[in-house]
Design a protein around this ligand. Structure first.
Ligand code: ATP
Length: 451
């Protein structure tokens, strides 16, 4: 019999060291207490101890032991004003649940456990470049490592008499990633191709959100998590949905009728149509291309340059002229430079959507030779279309065989990441974790799926 999903209580987890902190939450490494025992556990333990020794001697690598021992991350929100009832917490923090999976909240109809929510916010489906929240629940704020030293003011009076926090808060359980994009870029020199792939994955993530009526509104290198795949290629996920806009009508048009309406997070990376909007009775902010603009700015960082919108002398998104932009990063291929310039167009009508920008990068990466010949190009496009069509025709999981992203907790190290589901895979076909049916390409003949 299939075991009942679990992990809806704080007690279900072993919590380790703090791995991150923002202005709204602290994030800790975690492991599920209900992790099934594995036969090779002994061997694994020995290996982990060896790796720990290595880590003590140098900086931890992006695949180091901690991520195996603690495959999960728990984000504990700081709760100041929301009150302590689950409903109140949810209504003030519901955006954090936008990337929550189907089983993230306690299933309806069962006896309510600690932190059951009656109301579910609109959520996005799984995508390889978007974080997945596997469990979400409310619980009493515990005293976690470093709490009194690092965030005493947000603790409840029960734990710190001078603290201003509420007694209960929201906890989100995710897969643990070895680091953020910012950390990765500061300590590594990825190849040119890897940089293009990172940009492409970001655009794929943004396109997915946009197609499901969500604007992230706080894209920055701290909110992009990263791991390396088995071939050493970076895989990115967009995380931290605390500032996102998620509308039931998917229009991404926000009535901006008061200065109290939030425009989103990081002001430096707000698209011009957002930062320059003035509140008024008929004022509406269109977010459909806003995240794409932020990706254009972050692209400078991905290619090793200073973000033109950061720092004392940085450009202001509300007022810059396109001619003031620094030249696109010289290390980027010419067609990628063009994509970056187009993404930073002031006018959304002249800016490509994330879909179009991503397609331009796909063509640049994998259609290079085909582009020199129109006939070859149409064959290549046909081949790509067939991949997508087969993906759509063969039921859940499509050509990847085996359903969409797992909604189970990734209790085993390395498991539980989002998988491809529909659309064009974010990384090169065949480069992902799942096996794809390869298409044998025969120019001007037929396209035969083969194993
Ligand atoms: N799943 C995860 N795996 C590993 N580290 C994580 C994970 N989620 C978050 N972190 C780390 O914790 C930090 C803070 O997380 P997050 O950005 O979600 O918090 P926040 O308080 O909402 O941030 P902000 O200040 O942007 O509002 C991240 O920058 C990252 O370093």
């Amino acid at each position: 019999m299939k075991p009942m999903p679990s992990g809806y209580k704080l007690h279900d987890y072993i919590i380790g060291a703090q791995i991150g902190k923002g202005s709204n939450a602290a994030v800790y490494e975690a492991a599920a207490r209900f992790t099934p025992k594995r036969e090779e556990e002994e061997e694994e333990e020995v290996k982990l101890r060896e790796e720990e020794e290595e880590v003590k001697e140098g900086a931890p690598s992006l695949t180091c032991c901690s991520f195996r021992r603690f495959p999960l991350a728990i984000k504990m929100m700081w709760n100041f004003g929301a009150g302590s009832s689950s409903e109140a917490i949810l209504s003030s923090m519901s955006q954090e649940l936008v990337p929550a999976g189907r089983l993230a909240l306690k299933p309806e109809g069962e006896e309510p456990l600690d932190g059951h929510f009656g109301f579910l916010p609109r959520r996005v489906s799984a995508h390889p470049n978007v974080i997945r929240v596997h469990r979400a629940f409310t619980a009493e704020v515990p005293l976690l490592p470093g709490a009194r030293e690092e965030y005493p003011d947000v603790l409840p009076a029960r734990l710190n008499p001078g603290g201003l926090g509420n007694n209960r808060t929201l906890f989100l359980v995710m897969k643990s990633y070895p680091g953020t994009l910012r950390q990765f870029l500061s300590g590594n020199q990825p190849s040119r191709r890897q940089r293009v792939l990172m940009l492409l994955q970001l655009l794929e993530g943004v396109q997915h959100l946009c197609s499901e009526g969500v604007a992230h509104r706080d894209l920055k290198t701290d909110n992009i998590l990263l791991e390396l795949d088995s071939a050493g290629c970076p895989r990115l996920v967009i995380s931290d949905f605390g500032c996102c806009l998620s509308q039931s009508d998917c229009s991404l048009q926000l009535p901006f009728n008061s200065m109290w309406v939030s425009r989103g997070g990081n002001a430096c990376l707000m698209a011009p149509e957002v930062s320059s909007a003035s509140p008024g009775r008929a004022s509406v902010i269109d977010y459909r291309k806003a995240d794409g603009w932020a990706v254009g700015a972050v692209a400078y960082e991905i290619f090793g340059e200073q973000n033109p919108f950061y720092g004392a002398g940085g450009l202001q998104s509300r007022s810059y002229e396109e001619t003031q932009l620094p030249p696109p990063p010289p290390t980027a291929p010419a067609d990628v430079q063009l994509v970056i310039q187009l993404l930073l167009r002031r006018s959304p009508s002249k800016r490509p959507s994330a879909r179009v920008a991503a397609n331009m990068l796909h063509l640049s990466l994998w259609g290079g030779r085909a582009l020199s010949n129109l006939r070859k190009l149409s064959d290549w496009l046909l081949c790509q279309s067939a991949v997508v069509l087969l993906g759509g025709c063969s039921g859940p999981g499509g050509v990847h065989g085996g359903g969409g992203a797992s909604e189970e907790l990734p209790v085993q190290p390395g498991s539980g990441g989002a998988s491809h589901r529909g659309g064009v895979p974010a990384v090169r076909p065949g480069g992902g974790q799942r096996r794809l049916i390869r298409l044998t390409f025969r120019p001007n003949k037929r396209i035969l799926p083969s194993r």
